[in-house]
Design a protein around this ligand. Structure first.
Ligand code: FCB
Length: 460
């Protein structure tokens, strides 16, 4: 294979892997940690697959040196992980819990010692339960409380952490947490969901300012959105696809980039159309300039209309006549998510224009498959390897088309607690045997290490 066939990435491209606190740490009561909404929710019978909880997860609270060892085997230059807010402020307000901060300081120190840049997410869904008891993201006060927490984190870690992601996927928080109730806090109320949408963005803006003010060294800050490509399956579904795009992408990108919610959204989806929700000056806060935009991508969505209101096999009813469709013949992952790297390229190129001037980082991308350990003790996950190769090719193409993508973080470093899916769904580049906590780097992990080493995809 000649090296000319290789798809080389730009010099300095940041390669990484990602995780989130509740999905890997375990130790829910260690060193003064308070309960989070996920501690509560996962213990309610019927809320997660098999009743799984994050009580132990990957036990990374204790095994983090081993996990840093995995990062070294991948050879990545960066690790994206999240802080558990209730480890740092057990009730979500007031004085910091030093023991919680110390854990993250130990982790960060070890990363730096190994030459790995920490990229820290402040909020990856584990809200302190005490704040949810007062209404959580549906209340306006939370924006200031979140900024206080951001200031504590930046004050304690900002001498060695220089890159911060404020929120992970606020659409999921508002929609799956407060509209559908399939995630913690398990609320199914459109009014709370639309309020959460706005308060999350307000919290983001306030926390960017707070991070910069409190950090002892210059802090770069951004937000991570799960942006999606919606494709209509027929002409009749074209308007639906646009509507879904506005709810999913526009309700976040609009305020962040342009200081406005999409005009077409109704009051069920637009904070701007709810009396008293948006205050004067809010968009000034939300548009606080960021240093980058984090993009999480997994799969495109296909929108269709069923006049009879009857979803067919594999379809999900999302309105009286509206469905999400799985086009026949398209491959799906263990999550039932479509595999379509072309949609990823399309999304990135769209952001080149829509978020022009903003550096992009792919902060998550990956896939779940039914992995197993062979008799030789290896995990031969060729489907994940192919997904990874094809999606990295898409990133490479987007860059060639002028998109400013600065880095890529694989989801995930290791198999972990996949929220409502519990441990049934594996996304790791490393396999975790949850009975023994043994980690095994999968075939896809070996492949990724090769890409990182070469800063290039192998030629075909
Ligand atoms: C994303 C989440 C991440 C993980 C992946 C599969 O929406 O940010 O925690 O669950 O999906």
């Amino acid at each position: 294979m000649s090296t000319d066939d290789q798809l080389r990435f730009p010099d300095g491209f940041l390669w990484g892997a990602a995780t989130a606190a509740y999905q890997i740490e375990g130790a829910p009561q260690a060193d003064g940690k308070g309960p989070s909404i996920w501690d509560t929710f996962s213990h309610i019978p019927g809320k997660t697959w098999h009743g799984d909880t994050g009580d132990v997860a990957c036990d990374s609270y204790h095994r983090y040196p081993e996990d840093v060892g995995l990062l070294q085997r991948l050879g990545v230059g960066a690790y994206r992980f999240s802080l558990s807010w209730p480890r740092i402020q057990p009730d979500g307000r007031g004085q910091a819990n030093q023991a919680g901060l110390d854990y993250y300081r130990r982790l960060v120190d070890l990363l730096l010692e190994k030459g790995i840049t920490p990229v820290v997410t402040l909020y990856h869904w584990d809200l302190p339960q005490a704040l949810q008891d007062k209404g959580g993201w549906a209340t306006r006060d939370i924006a200031d409380l979140f900024a206080d927490y951001a200031a504590i984190a930046a004050g304690a870690l900002g001498d060695r952490v220089h890159r911060w992601v404020t929120l992970n996927e606020p659409w999921v928080v508002a929609t799956v947490g407060y509209r559908d109730g399939r995630h913690a806090p398990g609320i199914a109320d459109p009014a709370q969901a639309v309020a959460a949408n706005h308060h999350l963005l307000l919290a983001h803006g306030r926390s960017v300012a707070a991070l910069r003010a409190a950090s002892p060294s210059p802090a770069q800050a951004g937000i991570t959105l799960n942006l999606a490509i919606f494709r209509p399956v027929s002409d009749a579904a074209a308007d639906l696809a646009e509507e879904l795009d506005a709810r999913h992408n526009g309700a976040y990108l609009g305020p962040l980039l342009r200081g406005a919610y999409p005009e077409r959204l109704t009051a069920d989806y637009s904070p701007a159309k709810v009396e008293g929700l948006v205050h004067a000056g809010d968009f000034g806060v939300i548009t606080e300039p960021v240093d980058f935009l984090g993009v999480n991508f997994y799969a495109p969505l296909y929108a269709g209309i069923r006049q009879d209101g009857e979803p067919r096999r594999g379809e999900e009813l999302i309105g009286p006549h509206e469905v999400l469709v799985q086009p026949e013949g398209m491959p799906v992952t263990a999550m039932n998510w479509l595999v379509d790297a072309g949609a990823f390229r399309e999304l990135l190129v769209r952001l080149r224009d829509e978020a022009a001037g903003l550096a992009l980082y792919v902060t998550e991308n990956g896939s779940s498959w039914y992995d197993y350990v062979t008799q030789d003790g290896t995990v031969e996950d060729y489907e994940r390897l192919e997904y990874l190769r094809d999606h990295l090719t898409a990133v490479h193409q987007a860059i060639a088309e002028g998109t400013d993508v600065r880095g890529y973080f694989a989801w995930s470093l290791l198999d972990n607690f996949e929220w409502a899916e519990g441990y049934a769904k594996r996304f790791g580049l490393a396999y975790v045997d949850f009975g023994t906590q043994r980690r095994i780097l999968k075939r896809s992990g070996e492949f990724y290490a090769g890409v990182v080493r070469a800063n290039a995809l192998p030629g075909s």
